[in-house]
Write a protein that binds this ligand. Structure first.
Ligand code: ZN
Length: 68
């Protein structure tokens, strides 16, 4: 599996949606744990990096609003 280079400010799509139904998250902090902000309801969560890598589906492209 390729290692993904995550950076603060990127928006990613996760396999498992937030309870609010949203699948797009903004990266607010990277490290052993990531802080992700839900684009749907605006809440932030702390999540282990490996969990992010496991559920990562792609970067969110604002232009065409589709999976990259
Ligand atoms: Zn949400």
């Amino acid at each position: 599996m390729e290692k993904v280079d995550f950076q603060v400010g990127q928006r990613i799509i996760m396999k498992k949606p937030h309870p609010c139904g949203n699948q797009v998250w903004e990266i607010q902090r990277v490290g052993m744990d990531f802080r992700l902000k839900c684009e749907g309801c605006g809440r932030s969560i702390m999540i282990a990096r490996k969990t992010v890598e496991k559920g990562f589906q792609g970067f969110f492209e604002e232009k065409n609003e589709s999976f990259s």
